[in-house]
Write a protein of this length. Sequence first.
Length: 487
Amino acid sequence: MDHSRVPVLEALQEFRRRGDVAYGPPGHKQGRGTDPRVAEILGLDVFRSDVLSLNGLDDRRQSQGVLEQAQELMADAVGAEHAFFSTCGSSLSVKTAMCSVAGPGEKLLLSRNAHKSVIAAVIINGVEPIWVHPEFDAERHMAHPPEPDDVRDRLREHPDAKGMLLITPTDWGTCADIRAVADVCHSFDVPLIVDEAWGAHLPFHPDLPAWGMDADADLVVTSVHKMGGAIEQSSVFHLQHDRVSADVLKQREDLLGTTSASSLVYAALDGWRRQMVEQGRGLLDTALRRAERIRARLGELPGLRVMGGEIIEEGLAAEFDPLKIVIDVRGLGVSGMQAAEWLRANCHIDVGGSDTCRMSASITHSDDDETEKLLLESMSSLVERADSIERQPAVRLPEPRALELEQAVLPRDAFFGPAEQVPAERAAGRIAAEMICPYPPGAPVVAPGEVITAEIVDYLRSGVEHGFLIAGAADPSLETVRVVART
């Protein structure tokens, strides 16, 4: 296929060349009505390129072929049979993928270290989650993707399960053995969905971890805005084989997705695909060398522990994305969250993620010598001045097994059923009616329907005292917890 073509960008360019005036949305009419004070910050070209698909471009229902051509080019670029663009981010794409495989009351295997969007999909769709617990790294206090044998055991226990959702890479760059998990799923004749939100770059360089389509997954969701070159909310479904119907996937996406798809997202996805096909190998070569230099330099700084290939040697992950710079800062006497806040306030840099133990920086094809130097200088400053950071109460981290809570009620029933707010000290032994999710990274510690334990309450309350932001809970202070009402 001719990957020099960018159908969406070309259609947008032609729309602007013609000078069409639309008498429908968007109301700013390609910037005519944009407040100059807004345009000064955002740029007027953003509004000139904000075109409703029906107005001269394309959509799936009244197709002029533009979007279809762009999606065919994307599928060809990454080795998929089908690709579908989504403008609502992978949070919605994952929900769509899950709804395409299992419906209300049906079982679906899920990695328990899933993002809150997966738990939301379970609640919305009414599926019965069969949790596959991650490989937990007690020393690092980090969850890695589950092992193939764990998936096999759960499918044997639940032969009526409709499929499996696997999260890889994790937020910290550790990766599953996708092919082995796919082989297990296919031996039970069920599809494997891969939430590969952090892996949009993986198809474009052989020294990166395995790409889901190459590893025989059936349906892969990527967030191109995370490690790729598209704008926020840019997501793509990739599909192969016949275990998930392309027509069903499109219907579910149409059910959940917006009817006002952003031409900006479509155009950015189209252009990124062309860039990666034409230049991706060289760009990622440079990024990989840069990440290697950064990792080596950071490893020389006292108090820092930089994660790398040892995670594979220790048998905790099948692969590791070297473009994720994961830095354990406990040796500085601070948490990853404190370190991240200090860097933002004092060096004006924002790291990608942080938690009790560590923080991460993503190196992409967009980094250059300036960003490399800035990161290294900022980390050196952090090490030198860590003693000046005010110490916060310690987070009382639980044992790994304490994180495997009993699922007593279906998440949907618990979330929508009668509930009450109880003091946190009385929540142990009660069934959660809400998600309790330290954010970032955004994996719920407690999901609706799970039995809350005293150890989990202690962990979460100590986290709030330290500075956790709690997403999903009715009371973010966690002085009270929403639980299923007793009848």
